[in-house]
Design a protein around this ligand. Structure first.
Ligand SMILES: [Zn+2]
Length: 208
């Protein structure tokens, strides 16, 4: 987890951590909870390191707990759900491997625009897969898949402190009648394997 407002790690230390191999993914970036969008200049210095070291980045863009600005994140703003806010960052760091946690729900039109214009971007379905009314989740996922981006969606639960939501999340994808078996497999595994750049050996090990 990384939040510009609370994380004290310096850019140099981040670089050292990633170079040591101790951490392999930079995320979840939770700046949205502090009202900080992806264009923040200081944050971009961290992204530069992630791009240079080819470290995948996961950024929260989408729902927090309902009404969270009135609970413990007074700077949380719904307008930062907007996936198009990433656009200038993507142009600036064209080799950055980045995925949007929670898929920018509910901003489907802007998400499809981003996925169309920037083929390197992936999304995950953490939280929205179990927290939304199922019909809303399926409408959202179906739009992404029918627009031709089913190969850029990665399974996630974001179960936090509710491990049983893992099962709910898996069942939700299993039961999606608009997905064929291959599309489900892509969401559960293949897309993430591609995004994360898993080696053939690692993939073989997972299938043993
Ligand atoms: Zn999140």
């Amino acid at each position: 987890m990384f939040n510009m407002m609370f994380s004290k790690i310096s850019i140099d230390s981040l670089q050292t951590l990633f170079q040591s191999g101790e951490y392999k993914v930079f995320g979840e970036i939770t700046n949205q909870y502090s009202g900080i969008g992806p264009n923040n200049e200081r944050f971009q210095a961290y992204l530069k390191v992630a791009e240079e070291l080819d470290i995948p980045v996961g950024i929260h863009m989408g729902p927090g707990p309902p009404g969270v600005a009135y609970v413990n994140s007074p700077h949380y703003r719904g307008k930062l759900h907007d996936p198009l806010l990433l656009e200038e960052t993507l142009i600036k760091f064209p080799n950055l491997r980045i995925y949007i946690c929670h898929a920018g729900w509910p901003m489907i039109d802007n998400l499809l625009t981003l996925l169309w214009a920037h083929p390197q971007v992936y999304v995950d379905i953490g939280v929205i897969v179990y927290a939304l009314p199922p019909i809303e989740f399926h409408n959202y996922l179906r739009r992404i898949v029918e627009a031709g981006f089913g190969n850029r969606v990665m399974f996630g639960s974001d179960q936090m402190v509710w491990p049983e939501t893992l099962e709910v999340a898996i069942q939700t994808i299993e039961k999606a009648n608009y997905l064929n078996d291959k599309q489900k497999r892509d969401i559960f595994y293949n897309n993430a394997a591609r995004f994360l750049g898993l080696s053939k050996e690692t993939i073989a090990k997972h299938h043993r």
